[in-house]
Design a binder for this molecule. Structure first.
Ligand SMILES: *Cc1c(COP(=O)(O)O)cnc(C)c1O
Length: 384
C-alpha cells in the first residue's frame, strides 16, 4: 500500500505529465563551454548562460585548482565563514560596478530573497514588471509589502502605479521599483532611462536585477545601467556570479550603508553558510577577466550579429526566444534540434505563460561562425 505522500506525488506527477509539462533532470557531460555530450552524442550548447565562456577559461581554471586550506566555509559569514577571499571579491565587485560596496550571497536567488524583505515590509509598496524572474516574485511576496505589477515594459502603466502608491501611502511610505535590465526569457531590455526618471519623480528606490546583463551589456560590461548611462540612479543593483561570470553566487551592489543593513537583516545571508574560499578567488579571477579581456564581449556581440544577420532579425541581446506555443510541440522541436546536433531547451509553463512555450537559444562568445550559420539554416527549415 502506498503512503499518502507517495499517492500525492504520483497523482501530482500524472497531472503535470498530462499537460505536457513534466520536467526531468538530464545528465550532461560538459566538454567546454561550446559543446556538451550525452550518451556519446556531441551537441553544440545553445542553452548556457555562460555568455563569455568563462566557466572553462584558463584564468578561472587556474584559480579553482589552487588548493585552499579548507574548502567549505564551515559557518555562516557572521560566525566565522567570512574568510579574506570574501573581502577581495566584494572589493573587486564594487570596483567593477563603480559602487561604494558589494555584498555576496550564495546565489542570485538568495540575494533576492534576503534583500527585499530587509528593505520593505507591510505598508510599503513594490512596483514590478510582470516578467520579473521567479526569485524576485518570491522575494517580493516574502517581504509582505503590497505588490503592484505592470505589464512587461509598459512604462505608462508603471508610472500610473507609482502615482497611485505615492498618493495612497503618503510621502513617507517606501516604494521599491523593481525590474530586470535584460529579461531572461525574452532577451529584451528594460528602458532603464525611463525607470531612472520615474524613480526620481516618485522618490522610489530603484532595484535592477542585472543577472543576464553583467559582463554582457555596457562598454565595460557593467550591465544595463551602464548601457543606459543611469548607474547613479540605481539604488540596489543585483547580479549573479553564475552567468557571464561563469561561477556561482549572487551579489548586491550599492552604498556601504545598504550593505551594512543587509548584513544585519538579510536572512538568507545570516542563516546560511558562506561560499567556499576557492569559489570567491575564482569569481575574482572572472571579474578580472571581464575587465581585462573586452575582446570576449566583442566576440559575443559579433556572434549575436552573425546569427541575427543569418535569420534576418536584429536581436539586441545574446538571448534568442523562438516562440512555439504548444508545450508538446515545443518539446518535440527541441528533440529535433538535438538530432541536428544542437541543445536548445524548451521553456514551458510556469517559466512562461501556458500556451506560450518557446525555444530559448543563448549565444556565447565561444560559438564558431559555422555553429551559428548551421543553426540558422536548421531554424529556417523549421519555419517552413
Ligand atoms: C538566474 C537568475 C537569477 C538567479 O541567479 P542564481 O545565481 O542562478 O541563483 C536571478 N535573476 C535572474 C533574472 C536570473 O536570470
Amino acid at each position: 500500500m502506498d503512503s499518502s505522500l507517495q499517492q500525492f506525488c504520483r497523482s501530482s506527477l500524472a497531472e503535470i505529465e498530462s499537460s505536457g509539462l513534466l520536467r526531468i533532470l538530464q545528465n550532461w557531460e560538459p566538454n567546454d563551454t561550446r559543446t556538451l555530450s550525452k550518451e556519446g552524442q556531441h551537441l553544440i550548447n545553445f542553452s548556457s548562460n555562460d555568455y563569455l565562456g568563462l566557466s572553462t577559461h584558463p584564468a578561472l581554471q587556474k584559480e579553482s585548482s589552487i588548493i585552499q586550506r579548507s574548502f567549505g566555509a564551515g559557518a555562516s559569514r557572521l560566525i566565522s565563514g567570512n574568510h579574506t577571499a570574501y573581502r577581495q571579491l566584494e572589493k573587486a565587485l564594487a570596483d567593477f560596478k563603480c559602487c561604494e560596496s558589494a555584498l555576496v550571497f550564495t546565489s542570485g536567488y538568495a540575494a533576492a530573497l534576503g534583500t527585499l524583505p530587509a528593505l520593505v515590509g507591510k505598508g510599503d509598496f513594490i512596483v514590478m514588471d510582470k516578467l520579473c524572474h521567479a526569485c524576485l516574485v518570491d522575494a517580493a511576496r516574502l517581504s509582505e509589502a503590497t505588490l503592484r505589477v505592470f505589464p512587461h515594459n509598459d512604462m505608462r502603466r508603471c508610472d500610473a502605479l507609482l502615482s497611485f502608491c505615492r498618493s495612497k501611502g503618503g510621502s513617507h511610505s517606501k516604494i521599491l521599483l523593481l525590474t530586470e535590465s535584460l529579461f531572461s526569457m525574452d532577451g529584451d531590455l528594460a528602458p532603464l532611462n525611463v525607470f531612472a526618471e520615474l524613480r526620481d519623480r516618485y522618490d522610489a528606490w530603484l532595484m535592477v536585477d542585472e543577472a543576464h546583463a553583467t559582463g554582457v551589456l555596457g562598454i565595460h560590461g557593467r550591465g544595463g545601467a551602464e548601457h543606459f548611462g543611469v548607474e547613479t540612479h540605481v539604488d540596489i543593483s543585483m547580479g549573479t556570479l553564475s552567468k557571464a561570470l561563469g561561477c556561482v553566487g549572487g551579489f548586491i551592489c550599492g552604498s556601504s550603508l545598504l550593505r551594512e543593513l543587509l548584513v544585519n537583516r538579510a536572512r538568507s545571508l545570516i542563516y546560511s553558510t558562506g561560499l567556499p574560499t576557492t569559489l570567491c578567488a575564482t569569481a575574482c579571477a572572472a571579474i578580472q577577466t571581464v575587465r581585462s579581456q573586452p575582446e570576449l564581449r566583442e566576440r559575443l556581440w559579433k556572434n549575436v550579429e552573425i546569427l541575427g544577420d543569418a535569420l534576418k532579425i536584429k536581436p539586441n541581446s545574446p538571448i534568442l526566444p523562438i516562440p512555439i506555443g504548444n508545450e508538446r510541440l515545443c518539446v518535440e522541436r527541441s528533440l529535433q534540434l538535438r538530432k541536428e546536433g544542437f541543445l536548445i531547451p524548451a521553456v514551458r509553463y510556469p517559466t512562461v505563460k501556458r500556451g506560450k512555450a518557446m525555444l530559448r537559444a543563448s549565444i556565447s562568445a565561444t560559438h564558431t561562425k559555422e555553429d551559428l550559420l548551421r543553426l540558422a539554416h536548421v531554424l529556417r527549415n523549421f519555419a517552413r
